[in-house]
Design a protein around this ligand. Sequence first.
Ligand SMILES: Cc1cc2nc3c(=O)[nH]c(=O)nc-3n(C[C@H](O)[C@H](O)[C@H](O)COP(=O)(O)OP(=O)(O)OC[C@H]3O[C@@H](n4cnc5c(N)ncnc54)[C@H](O)[C@@H]3O)c2cc1C
Length: 408
Amino acid sequence: MENRVIIVGGGPAGLMAANVLEKHHIPYLILEKNDQLAKKLLLTGGKRCNVTNERTVSGFIDDLNMPHRKFLYHALSSFGPKEIKQFFADRGLNLLLEEGYKYFPETHKSLSVLEALLQGIDQTKILYHSAVRSIKRSDDGYLVTTKNDSYHARYVIVATGSNAYPTTGSSGDGIDFAEHLGIKTIPFTPAETYLLSTHVKQQFKHLQGVSIQKTNLRIPGIKTSFHGDLLFTHQGLSGPVVLHASEHVYPLLKEGPVTIKISLTQIDINQYDDILLKMLNENQTIHHFLEVFTTKRLATTLYDQLHFKKNHLKELSKKELGDMKTWLYEFPIDIDSMPTIEHAFVNRGGIEIKELDQNSMEVKTLEGLYFIGEVTDLQGPIGGYNLTIAFSTGHLAGQAITKKYNTG
Ligand SMILES: Cc1cc2nc3c(=O)[nH]c(=O)nc-3n(C[C@H](O)[C@H](O)[C@H](O)COP(=O)(O)OP(=O)(O)OC[C@H]3O[C@@H](n4cnc5c(N)ncnc54)[C@H](O)[C@@H]3O)c2cc1C
């Protein structure tokens, strides 16, 4: 039995784990299926890589959609956004704040992030073209098999990612390894992706490229609403708020189209009646009234959709006034589909969190086996959350193995 660690997958999670092991002189090998490392990392943030964000540990956790979000508390407390920023600064790469909370490398290149990660890794310990086909229990650890070789290891870290963007190498293999070892998994489903809408394509084609800042998005049956910017596209809806809400829309689509509601205005609903009263007294037109609340194009669209065939606010009935308010704050849009898991930026699902120890990322029933990063059912919105999860869980597993290794 080789007393070493095998890391399956050389993405951000696997590379961070390797950094910790290298620092503590623990022998390890990275098996990477591609001819290069971290292909997905290089694509992140429009190739500029939104590495992490400015959130505190509890703020970070609050921002996540997952019901089991608190699982991450330990990982983030020991290596969270603050420590990630310091990790890169120590390797000569400063991260700069954008939009008040997102951190990008000062070079504006994701390649710099990969180069910084590689500074802490012995390149001879990386084996390329080594797609792992199976992981099995052996007498005193695990047998990891690729097409041409088998490797014995006391510890194995699986960092194979999800099924999003499989051309980067993330083809969901970790789920197969887990299932063969009797570990419970949740099928990958799309998260952080666009919403496709025939309704938008047919009726709101003219809105393509129009954005709504700080909208409020509601999904039927979901108590919380989502806030952020939204963009009308040629296929439906995009923008941060849509990406964030998408994973909740996906399961509902199994039953047919889903009508989501979006606000077309940033003006607080409590101010609505006062503005209406003032403009009624001024005998303003409906169109002018709507333009106070939203952009010209959206005001025209809303006016057309309401089919009032009246010009002035004073001509509207009580019901029509009520409809206008509802549609300004809860404009309905039918969503009929979403891109597949392969086209989503991130996937929900993976290794069931109940199977893992939150203090180490080790499988509770299989000593020496760890799952980290997006192969686990841990994911967040856009804004550096997913790379933070990959780095944080990778660091935790590296530390946990170091501790075990040193105590025999
Ligand atoms: C276009 C795009 C933009 C994104 N932008 C951001 C962003 O700006 N900020 C952010 O926080 N998140 C972003 N994300 C999400 C983020 O990239 C992922 O969450 C993150 O890369 C997950 O890291 P990981 O190490 O767990 O898995 P991956 O990055 O998927 O790495 C897995 C690695 O394992 C290898 N592998 C897979 N199977 C095997 C096998 N059988 N044998 C050997 N090797 C294997 C793969 O080749 C790959 O190198 C983005 C995602 C996409 C698709």
